[in-house]
Design a protein around this ligand. Structure first.
Ligand code: NAP
Length: 286
């Protein structure tokens, strides 16, 4: 049996074990996928443990996506530019870091929302880690314009400059600027997340967006966030964050195994688990 897992702190509520186990089962692979709760003082030891022959690799989540970068042997894809890794692959004792969050976002839009970002203008709300990953994936996927706006506008300006330095068509979008030219608007902030910041802080007015735009939220709990609810009321098409989570995991699975990921089985497992948790939280029998 081979092993993989997710490292973070805390990780108890991660959905990854549920849908990665479903992927290995569906593909007939004998792999166990575990929760690796790792305290900061154990991070280096955890990384070293991934070099063992029975380890395929790991997912990395909060708060270690940046901290693991200097502990790895090589960085693949856009992870060096993003400055964060969410997937580690063990190849004969050498550790390779990747960031599948942004490519997972692009694949989810293409496969599940019939929206190809090539030649389209995309506005990112937020300039944190997730926005960075998505911005560089949009460059690879040939988006026409990548707008970035954020509560802390300097951070948006910095991200746009980093993307332009990589040859991407990025610009910081200041408050009050016209947003009607964007085909897709993506909430990449933690606003709207269950227990997260106040939805009133979202740096966009729904009325300023084009009616034809696609509104996307990468927050996936709750499934319908305040941003998506307001966008739907305003007549926009909406798309939630769960498919991105599934596709970033599917791309990690493919990096570990070289096998096409069974994305549908992964999505079913994740949805069932979210329903089970919702039923438990509301006091019903799951
Ligand atoms: P992060 O690096 O901490 O960035 C947080 C972003 O939210 C920043 O732009 C920050 O703005 C903004 N923000 C936070 N509180 C705010 C407030 N009260 N008012 C206005 N803006 C606020 O976090 P991250 O890693 O990018 O993650 C962001 C969200 O994406 C999280 O909810 C995470 O769960 C979700 N996510 C989803 C997936 C998926 O697969 N669906 C993958 C990755 C992340 P400032 O710069 O002004 O602080």
């Amino acid at each position: 049996m081979k092993r993989a897992g997710i490292m973070g702190h805390p990780v108890a509520h991660s959905l990854s074990p549920v849908f990665q186990a479903a992927a290995f089962r569906e593909s007939g692979l004998d792999v166990s996928y575990d929760l690796w709760d790792t305290s900061p003082s154990r991070l280096r030891a955890r990384i070293e443990s991934l070099r063992a022959p029975d380890i395929l690799g790991a997912n990395v989540t909060i708060p270690y996506k940046e901290a693991v970068v200097p502990l790895l042997d090589e960085l693949g894809g856009q992870s060096a530019r993003v400055g964060a890794v969410n997937t580690i692959v063990n190849r004969d004792g050498r550790l390779f870091g990747f960031n599948t969050d942004g490519p997972g976002f692009v694949a989810a839009l293409r496969n599940e929302a019939a929206f190809d970002v090539a030649g389209r203008s995309v506005l990112l709300l937020g300039a944190g880690g997730a926005a960075r990953g998505i911005a560089f994936a949009l460059v690879d996927a040939r988006a026409k314009t990548i707008g970035v706006t954020n509560r802390t506008i300097d951070r948006a300006t910095r991200l746009a400059a980093d993307v332009r330095a990589a040859g991407g068509p990025a610009e910081a979008v200041k408050p009050g600027a016209s947003l009607a030219r964007f085909d897709c608007v993506v909430n990449c902030t933690s606003i709207g997340m269950h227990g997260g910041p106040d939805p009133a802080g979202l740096p966009v007015e729904i009325d300023s967006l084009s009616r034809g735009a696609l509104a996307v939220d990468i927050v996936y709990i709750p499934e319908v966030t305040p941003f998506l609810a307001a966008a739907a009321t305003g007549g926009l098409r909406t798309f939630g964050g769960l498919p991105m989570l599934i596709y970033q995991g599917a791309l990690a699975f493919e990096l570990w195994t070289g096998v096409n990921a069974p994305a549908e089985a992964m999505a079913v497992a994740a949805r069932n688990e979210l329903q089970r948790r919702a039923a438990l939280a509301s006091g019903q029998r799951p």
